[in-house]
Structures are given as C-alpha cells and as structure tokens.
Write a protein that binds this ligand. Structure first.
Ligand SMILES: [Zn+2]
Length: 248
C-alpha cells in the first residue's frame, strides 16, 4: 500500500490510467540493477529513483574525476575522489526518501555478476566497455532477466531492450564478441546531453517493461544521431544459432 505522502509524491504518475496506484505499487516492489554510475547511469538512476522504483542496486568500481562532471550529472564537485557509488547514493537519497539503494563497489565478475543479476527484476547496462556488455548479457540470458542496453559516444547513441522474453534477441545476436575496437568517451569524447537522451530512453524503457505497458524496444535498436537530429529504429533478429541465447 502507498502512504498518503507517496500518493502525493507520485500523483503525476497515478493520474495516468496506464500506471495508476496499482502500477506505482508495482514500481515500489521492483528492483533494478544499474551497471555503471557514469554518463548513462546518472540519468537512469536519477529517473528510476524519482519515478519510485523500490530498490536500486548500483555497481561501479571507479571514483569521481573532474573530467566526469561534464556529463555525469549524478556527481558533483564535492564528490571528486569519492567512490562513484557513494556519490550516486547521496544524490538519490535526496530525490526519494523511500528508495533503498544497494551498492556494489567491486568489479562484477562471474559469480558476483550472476548474484547481482539474479537479485534484480530488470538490468540496465550503463557500462562503457564491450567485455562488461557481453558478460552482463550472458548473465541476463542465464537467469532470464530483461536487459535494457544503451551506449553513447561522440554525437551518437543507441538503446535496445534485450532478452525480455524467450523469443527476444540478446546482445550477442546483435553484436558478436571480438569484432569491436574499444571506443569510449575517454578516447573519443561525447557531447554531454547525448548520454542524457540515451539514459532517459533507457529509464523510460525500464519503467515500461516493469509496468508491462506500451510496446518496448524489445529486439529493436533505436539509433540517435545528434548532429542530424534524427532517430531511427531497426529490428534485431534473434539468431537461431546464437551461442548465448539459442539454448536457453
Ligand atoms: Zn542471442
């Protein structure tokens, strides 16, 4: 049951017939794992916290650096040198008094990764490297959890919902391991609000999947080109021979 304060806090959600009190209660019962508390993780965590997700599990093993503040809006000057997860928690707790935040400050690998994924209803990939994306995808396929994937570099970004059902494509269906050179904001740069656009889309898709409303980006890739101000969406075909999801 939502308290009278919560009913006021979330009134702009509750007034939406697609959400109402029942949906808001559902969000309160939900837990989301956010991998990465950087450029994408900032808007994802802040919007999911503000929107009333009951529990956020935030994983990141970096500390806040000055060069992060150009786009990682969950952190501030006071947090430079502190763990990103601690800095994120401080901001989130000011946004929502009912939110429970769990922090994972070590690098997620195999067992710890599987445990973290198992403990959440939905996973949002806000990481900045391919090995993490592939490992996270594998863990999500393993336990059948939906994955909202996002990435942004330079003036471009993309979002997809993967593994939402047994019929959905996974990240490995979209990209094969080893085909990519590492591209990151560090080496290539990124326009600050592009991570905000992509992170906000990831948060939106996460809420839709948890609420079971609308048509998600399930097995679709949305591509944003900021310089030309265009969005396009392409289908992702589930690979029947995918070495990650074809046996699950
Ligand atoms: Zn696959």
């Amino acid at each position: 049951m939502l308290t009278s304060q919560e009913l006021i806090h979330y009134s702009r959600h509750i007034i939406l017939p697609e959400i109402d009190e029942h949906g808001q209660e559902k969000l309160k019962q939900s837990s989301v794992l956010i991998v990465g508390a950087g450029g994408l993780g900032s808007p994802v965590a802040m919007y999911l916290a503000a929107a009333g997700i009951g529990k956020l599990i935030i994983a990141d093993h970096d500390t806040v650096e000055r060069s992060n503040l150009q786009r990682q809006i969950i952190h501030s000057l006071d947090s430079i040198g502190n763990a990103k997860v601690e800095s994120a928690k401080d901001t989130l707790e000011k946004l929502n008094p009912w939110l429970r935040v769990e922090l994972i400050e070590t690098k997620l690998q195999e067992e710890s990764l599987n445990t973290a994924v198992s403990g959440a209803d939905l996973i949002v990939d806000c990481s900045d490297n391919y090995p993490t994306r592939f490992a996270l995808n594998q863990a999500c396929v393993g336990v059948g959890k939906p994955l909202v994937s996002g990435s942004a570099v330079q003036f471009n970004g993309q979002v997809a919902v993967l593994n939402q059902s047994p019929h959905s494509a996974c990240y490995h269906c979209l990209y094969q391991d080893g085909l990519f050179n590492e591209e990151s904001c560090e080496s290539q740069g990124v326009l600050a609000p592009v991570v905000g656009v992509i992170g906000s889309l990831q948060a939106t898709e996460a809420l839709k999947v948890l609420l079971g409303i609308g048509n998600s980006l399930d097995s679709r890739l949305l591509i944003y080109d900021a310089l030309n101000a265009t969005f396009k969406t392409i289908g992702i075909t589930k690979d029947p021979a995918c070495e990650v999801c074809s046996h699950s």
